[in-house]
Write a protein that binds this ligand. Structure first.
Ligand code: ACO
Length: 359
């Protein structure tokens, strides 16, 4: 038995490769460096979907814009009771209203869903009415606009870069969950809901919100070391550090950090925030090395994601939903790949409970 299925190969994929020793991510033959900040999210979603839908249009933008407009109808179900839940719970509930199917129309609605439901959820929690999508805009720009502000070109580009960076990542927990459900032939909506459920946890896509709590609690660079040591002494994990596969720095952390630096150069973000983050990162890495010399624990995607999304004006409780906006592209492609060639995923367990008393 492999605890946590570590090292177990459970699928063959043409979608992405995570090289944990070299710190490299390949998406359909292209390195992360070749796509992050260079290709738009719609183009990378197209790359992931290519070959999995016979009717895939050459340009996903118009179809995805139309899908955003279509799923906006579901926002009318966001009543007072639902608005009291967290944004990821709201996105999950509204996504569950979409019909199951395996076709491109279902896929586009699912890709559009978190992009439309997240801004509506954030606004509803503040008692604000939702803003309808603008199908003519790019996906990232429209997400920011639906939150209530007219984004600058640099802000839209920064979010777009993040969505691309988060779009797919081998057989991570949420993608595996999506593939398990897809393998039962339940449909894409069910597979994406499984992905959303797995992503929500703090060990996976729920990590960036707590990164902000950590930075706020630390407050200034000089407090980093004592705060981190006290947190580890309490048995806590440092959010934004460590990874099951990477034994070196997560390349996505650098892609997101570069997007953050470009954003800061265009319009300076909160004074002192980057310096605080860098001090916390340096202290965390040094302390983790001291405490776990045999287990490399490096910065992962979530640390600088938290800073980028904060700089874009998103509340920490919505960070996981924005992760879902990117990763849904990967979940859908993996679900289609699983359907095309995979068998039912059904591993075994070893029974260690009591046995019936022999007659
Ligand atoms: N802070 C402190 N200690 C850690 C951390 C951390 N962030 N990560 C791992 N460790 C320690 C563990 O406590 C464990 O110590 P032990 O052997 O004394 O019990 C050891 O390192 C190995 O940890 P595992 O749990 O075996 O590592 P695993 O591969 O299962 O976990 C995970 C990977 C879940 C990402 C882990 O590193 C973690 O909890 N990180 C913090 C949460 C986080 O940032 N999640 C986002 C991941 S990236 C993504 O999902 C997009």
């Amino acid at each position: 038995m492999s605890e946590g299925l570590e090292g177990v190969i459970a699928a063959q994929t043409i979608l992405s490769e995570v090289d944990g020793q070299a710190g490299r991510l390949v998406i359909r033959g292209l390195s992360l460096d070749e796509i992050a900040g260079r290709l738009a999210f719609e183009d990378v979603a197209h790359l992931l979907f290519d070959g999995f839908f016979d009717d895939l249009p050459d340009d996903l933008r118009p179809a995805l814009g139309a899908a955003r407009a279509e799923v906006f109808a579901e926002v009318s179900a966001l009543d007072g009771k639902l608005a009291g839940l967290s944004p990821i719970e709201i996105v999950r509930a509204l996504t569950a209203r979409l019909a199951d199917g395996d076709d491109l129309a279902t896929a586009l609605r699912l890709l559009a869903a978190p992009a439309v439901f997240t801004p509506a959820a954030v606004r509803a929690r503040h008692g604000l009415a939702p803003i309808a999508p603008d199908p003519g805009l790019g996906h990232a720009a429209d997400i920011l606009r639906m939150l209530g502000d007219q984004p600058s070109a640099q802000e839209a580009k920064a979010l777009d870069t993040y969505l691309v960076t988060a779009c797919d990542h081998g057989l991570n927990a949420s993608t595996f969950a999506a593939r398990v459900v897809a393998s039962t032939r339940a449909g894409l909506t069910s597979a994406v809901l499984a992905g959303l459920g797995a992503l929500k946890g703090p060990l996976h896509g729920g990590a960036p919100g707590p990164v902000i709590e950590m930075l706020d609690a630390i407050g200034e660079p000089g407090n980093a070391r004592p705060w981190i040591e006290a947190a580890l002494a309490r048995g806590e994990r440092l959010m934004g550090f460590g990874h099951r596969i990477y034994r070196v720095r997560d390349p996505r952390a650098d892609a997101v950090k570069a997007a953050l630096a470009r954003l800061d150069a265009a319009a300076p973000i909160r004074p002192g925030r980057l310096a605080l983050a860098e001090a916390v990162e340096t202290a965390a890495l040094a302390i983790l090395r001291e405490r776990k010399p045999d287990r490399p624990l490096e910065t992962n995607l979530e640390f600088y994601t938290a800073l980028l999304l904060e700089a874009l004006g998103l509340p920490p409780e919505a960070f996981t939903c924005i992760f879902a906006c990117g990763r849904t592209a990967g979940w859908i492609a993996h679900a289609r790949e699983q359907l095309a060639g995979g068998r039912l995923i059904r591993p075994q367990s070893v029974y260690v409970g009591p046995r019936p008393i022999a007659a």
